[in-house]
Ligand binder design. Structure first.
Ligand SMILES: Nc1ncnc2c1ncn2[C@@H]1O[C@H](COP(=O)(O)OP(=O)(O)O)[C@@H](O)[C@H]1O
Ligand SMILES: [Mg+2]
Length: 237
């Protein structure tokens, strides 16, 4: 579904993404794990179009996206939840959700999106009239995921959904990510520093270090790999 070939990008004089090629197959959950500073966010920003590709190709359903603005990529069916769960703090939960539908604003689609969001994350329904800034970190993460789904994507990119969130909410969020994949038939591309959590939910994984892919394999293979265990999973895992 997504095929990236020899991608290079960066900021100013610094080249952060140094020739990445990878693939995300339709229907799967695919993850990129790697340490802080590896370039995961920079890579995602380039795939989504916030940052230009300096070289290489980003093929989505066999069409090269590199010339398109992010809004066009959204119309093609891609949604991204950036790192850092940016809600509009002074708007209510419901108003935040509605803003996610700016590309699809007919009443019926809007209502379906809201129903889906409340079904996936019941707490958002309970808090629909509450200002988003008053939600806990985990609830805000649920809100930004639900907001991204309002554009009805077929391909959902999530940048570090577990970052800074209480462990019990991480579990709930990842259960829901799996449910979105299975029930909505949505392809999910997930970046995580929290490798154990990501590899347990994904089918396929890549290890990124220094702006390059160092390893790839089924999530099960990576979970059992001694190098991955040593670097990312902790000794006893
Ligand atoms: N806006 C920016 N301008 C310049 N350098 C940046 C910017 N954002 C990130 N970087 C640099 O790019 C590298 C990769 O960062 P990032 O993509 O955020 O990694 P990760 O998401 O894997 O932690 C780091 O060296 C970081 O300092
Ligand atoms: Mg990051």
């Amino acid at each position: 579904m997504l095929e990236v070939k020899n991608l290079i990008s960066g900021y100013g004089k610094s080249e952060v993404i140094r020739g990445i090629s990878l693939e995300v197959k339709e229907g799967q959950i695919v993850t990129i794990i790697g340490p802080n500073g590896a370039g995961k966010t920079t890579f995602f920003r380039t795939v989504f179009g916030f940052l230009p590709a300096r070289q290489g190709e980003i093929l989505f359903e066999n069409e090269d996206l590199t010339k398109y603005a992010p809004t066009v990529r959204v119309q093609k069916g891609i949604a991204m939840v950036p790192q850092g769960r940016n809600v509009f703090p002074f708007l209510t939960v419901l108003e935040n959700l509605k803003l996610g539908a700016y590309t699809r604003y007919d009443q019926k689609t809007l209502q379906e999106g809201i129903d889906l969001a409340y079904g996936l994350f019941p707490v958002l329904k309970e808090r629909k009239s509450q200002q988003a800034g008053t939600l806990s970190g985990g609830e805000q993460q649920m809100l930004v995921i639900a907001r991204a789904l309002m554009s009805r994507p077929k391909f959902l990119m999530l940048d570090e959904p577990s970052l800074g969130i209480a462990p019990f909410l991480i579990k709930e969020i990842f259960r829901t990510i799996k449910a979105i994949n299975e029930e909505q038939k949505m392809t999910i591309f997930l970046v995580e520093q929290n490798a154990p959590v990501a590899l347990r939910v994904a089918e396929w994984g890549y290890v990124m270090e220094g702006g390059q892919i160092h390893m790839s394999g089924s999530a099960q293979e990576l979970l059992n790999d001694d190098r991955v265990k040593g670097a990312y999973l902790g000794k006893k895992d």
